[in-house]
Design a protein around this ligand. Structure first.
Ligand code: GDP
Ligand code: CA
Length: 333
């Protein structure tokens, strides 16, 4: 099977590890293995930020490090065995900001990227080059080679202003009420090379439990991507369980765009025209989304085996719904 996954960082990467296991990617080949499974990840670049002259792509790097075996497992982002000497030295120079966790090992990645940007390479080519080292077992393509940045409109008493998503998320821990979340540059952006072809060739699109607004939402906001996916069999995994995000502050993002923090509400927001199937946790059994096949099962990615089982359930539902679409003569839209 050929699967396309629009993914953010931590949640997306953890799910992808389970999906690789479920599809036998990275496992030793067996004699009976007759089909070739592939995963193309469309990575979120809305969180990207330029700091200290370095372009930083947190979600692409989280996917690359997680699947390539270099992630800090506890934290879920950044390199394992990381040190922060560069960060301390920058602070000693009075360089701002000080709230971003720039690690030494990680900085090498950003230097490689900066050098390739200076040489004129697009982000998609740079990501491919970085993946030559990490061999993540998936094809990782940024959603766009154009600059799209998520900004958040806040009012901290001193008037309304837009700040970079990272400043809102990390510095303010998403505690400053957000009035609006904007994908700056999205209107003029286009999908990176390979994105639309991967979607066109895919047997299914699986939406992982990533942030539905600033990760999955940013990817779908790039003109052309959502439209290409609508015609495919699309199955999503709810990032909301029992009315709350499992980790992180996705509820603050949903509130900012006027969507209730609920498994059903997120599916309605993604849209029944896009979604064919939606997995919710057993805590949300009974959720009804018109036009979408909703199934419940445990959705906590508590360990690799549990995550693999969630991924397998998503693949199984996609196969079932694709078959049904074929029987109806439809395209699974
Ligand atoms: P990203 O969006 O992939 O960059 O990663 P985040 O970790 O920021 O967001 C993932 C989102 O998925 C979180 O906001 C949670 O709502 C959700 N999430 C995190 N862990 C789990 C889990 O174990 N199961 C499910 N179903 N959702 C999760
Ligand atoms: Ca993210």
């Amino acid at each position: 099977m050929r699967i396309v996954v629009p993914a953010g960082g931590i949640g997306g990467a953890r799910f992808l590890r389970g999906l690789k296991a479920a599809l036998g990617i990275g496992a030793p080949a067996t004699d009976e293995q007759t089909t070739v499974n592939t995963i193309t990840v469309i990575g979120n670049t809305g969180d990207d930020i330029t700091l200290f002259g370095l372009r930083i792509c947190p979600d692409l790097d989280t996917v690359m490090y997680t699947l390539g075996g270099g992630i800090d497992e506890e934290q879920g982002w950044g390199r394992a065995d990381e040190t922060f000497t560069v960060k301390e030295e920058l602070a000693a120079y009075g360089m701002k900001p000080t709230w971003f966790g720039l690690g030494d090992r990680d900085t090498a990645t950003h230097i490689v990227r900066a050098q390739m940007i200076a040489a004129g390479y697009p982000l998609s080519a740079i990501t491919e080059a970085l993946c030559d080292r990490w061999r993540p077992g998936v094809r990782l393509i940024p959603m766009t080679d154009d600059q799209v940045e998520t900004h958040v409109v806040v009012d901290d008493g001193g008037g309304r202003r837009a700040i970079h998503f990272q400043e809102w998320w990390i510095r303010h821990r998403a505690a400053l009420p957000a009035e609006q979340i904007i994908s700056v540059g999205a209107d003029a952006a286009g999908p990176a090379p390979g994105v639309l072809a991967a979607v066109a060739e895919a047997d299914a699109v699986i939406i992982p439990p990533s942030n539905p607004v600033v990760s999955v939402g940013s990817i779908l906001n790039v003109p052309g991507i959502r439209e290409a996916m609508v015609g495919k069999t699309v199955v999503g995994v709810s990032p909301i369980i029992g009315g709350a995000p499992v980790r992180g502050m996705a509820d603050a993002c949903l509130t900012a765009i006027g969507v209730e923090t609920g498994a059903g509400a997120v599916a309605e927001h993604l849209g029944p025209d896009l979604l064919d199937g939606w997995l919710v946790d057993d805590a949300d059994a009974g959720t009804v989304v018109e036009g979408v096949e909703v199934r419940s099962r445990p959705l906590y990615m508590s360990d690799p085996a549990a995550t693999e089982a969630i991924a397998r359930a998503a693949v199984d539902l996609a196969v079932e719904l694709a078959g049904r679409g074929a029987a109806d003569g439809g395209t699974g839209g």
